[in-house]
Design a protein around this ligand. Structure first.
Ligand code: DOR
Length: 472
């Protein structure tokens, strides 16, 4: 009988920014939850073998910015559905933002999330705690108590809102400095953005909608870079959308400010011209920018001034999102379209190569967060956790939101033909095949004793919540 705990992944091209692999074709033997061996032509009896030739294999990706809506809006997403959606998109770890109900502004809420997120199959979840109580911008949370709790709190942010009072932000940065903590900054001056629907400019004028000026982001980027420089604290700029912001980030980095940044797939892919049809799925905060903004973001990601791609996955219910543009909430889901959006926007245009893209999905965010490699970032090496993703950057897919494992459907990529497909995610040694994976047939073959694969593997997820080998 094949050993149900051993899996041989054959013939993939390995990419690992942590261990320096750049496309070498090697086999990987997984035993239990860990990588047991890496080498050429590994021969091994009694294993489940999967042929990955033609595919790349990298460490599972880390999305440092998602909204999983639990507690409070479990109709839009739960920790369980979000963690499966993450695996489906190639992410084996995510950081969830604190704008839940109740918000993550004390250790008890973070601990509850961590406990719920440890049940069943799915991506690892880390918490981003709020900066201020209730995310109201006033009294600071007990950061130290939160970070040393069992709540897996790795950074602090009032995301969804921006701390408007510069004095509060300064104190938050100073406090975080004491334990070298990270503040994640949703940069928005609410007085400037108030009532804004789309990026202020030719498109907002043409559509007759209230503009949200890029300045609303830029003044906070400027303020917080100065505050971070003054306090010597680590700051991370979330979902950057403007060329001016990128310029300030670049200059601050050159001065040695301890700043990192992320960009979303939608800001790399779309522009404000895409909002022309007034489809509320394109309504997002910060709003989609101009072509110049998009070009600056792509360039900054390519040269490493922007460290990470992060989805800002923001599920919303159909009833709330599919209304007139001005009444719809901001946000779009992204976990299950991110990789295709990035391949199409970046690899096609030659902005980035596949190695740089994988870096911005793995080591880049891990570095920005300063994560302990035991939590994320051991890379592909003997003894490391078997958290991996196999993908084809050239394969085409038509995005079908009905296939998503997220509970929500507010995805502007729905129906688009894109390049780049995740074919397999391995989490703690278990195989997970996203819906539509060309590899999922190999399980059937394995069960029927055909092909090179032999035997069955326990706990194989197969694109359906709760499915395991016995359901396949
Ligand atoms: O568009 C957005 N939606 N931007 C945010 O900052 C928050 C998010 C949400 O929670 O819906």
């Amino acid at each position: 009988m094949p050993n149900r705990d051993r899996i041989l992944l054959r013939g993939a091209k390995l990419i690992c920014p942590f261990s320096g692999l750049r496309g070498e074709t090697l086999d990987i033997l997984i035993s239990g939850k860990r990588i047991a061996e890496i080498g050429e032509g590994i021969e091994c009896a009694e294993v489940f073998a999967l042929d990955l030739s033609g595919l790349y294999l990298s460490p599972g990706w880390l999305d440092m910015h998602v909204h999983l809506r639990e507690p409070g809006r479990e109709d839009e997403e739960t920790l369980a559905s979000g963690r499966l959606a993450a695996l489906s998109g190639g992410f084996t770890a995510v950081c969830c933002m604190p704008n839940t109900d109740p918000p993550v502004d004390c250790a008890a809420v973070a601990e509850e999330i961590a406990a719920r997120a440890s049940e069943g199959t799915g991506a690892d979840v880390f918490c981003v705690g709020a900066i201020t109580v209730g995310r109201k911008g006033g009294r600071m949370v007990e950061m130290d108590r939160m970070r040393s709790s069992a709540g897996r709190v790795v950074a602090f942010s009032d995301d969804g809102c921006c701390v408007q009072d510069a004095g509060v932000m300064r104190r938050a940065l100073e406090y975080a400095r004491r334990f070298d903590g990270l503040i994640i900054d949703h940069c928005e001056d609410h007085a400037l953005s108030s009532g804004g629907q789309v990026r202020e400019g030719p498109c907002s004028f043409r559509l007759g909608l209230r503009g949200y000026p890029s300045m609303a982001e830029e003044v906070m980027v400027a303020r917080d870079l100065l505050l971070a420089e003054h306090t010597g604290s680590r700051i991370h700029l979330a979902h950057l959308s403007s060329a001016r912001s990128v310029e300030m980030l670049r200059a601050a980095r050159e001065r040695g400010v301890r700043v990192t940044a992320e960009v979303t797939p939608h800001h790399l892919f779309f522009t404000d011209e895409d909002v022309d049809g007034l489809d509320p799925r394109f309504k997002v905060n910060p709003p989609l920018g101009s072509r110049e903004d998009r070009e600056a973001l792509r360039r900054a990601l390519a040269d490493g001034v922007i460290d990470a791609v992060a989805t800002d996955h923001a599920p919303h219910s159909l009833e709330e999102k599919e209304v007139e543009f001005e009444r719809a909430p901001f946000g779009m889901i992204g976990l299950e379209s991110a990789f295709s959006a990035c391949c199409t926007a970046l690899l096609e245009s030659g902005s980035l190569d596949v190695f740089a893209l994988v870096e911005r999905l793995t080591a880049g965010p891990a570095r920005a967060l300063g994560l302990d490699p035991r939590l994320y970032g051991e890379g592909i090496k003997k003894g490391a956790r078997a958290d991996l993703v196999a993908f084809d950057p050239e394969a085409e897919r038509v995005v079908d939101a009905d296939d998503f494992l997220s509970f929500s459907r507010n995805c502007p990529f729905d129906g688009m033909r894109l390049k780049g497909k995740v074919e397999l995610t391995v989490k703690d040694g278990k195989l997970f095949f996203p819906p539509g994976s060309r590899l999922s047939g190999s399980i059937g073959e394995a069960r029927m004793g055909r092909g090179r694969a032999c035997g069955s593997v326990a706990d194989i997820g197969c694109g359906a919540p709760g499915a395991d080998a016995d359901d396949v």
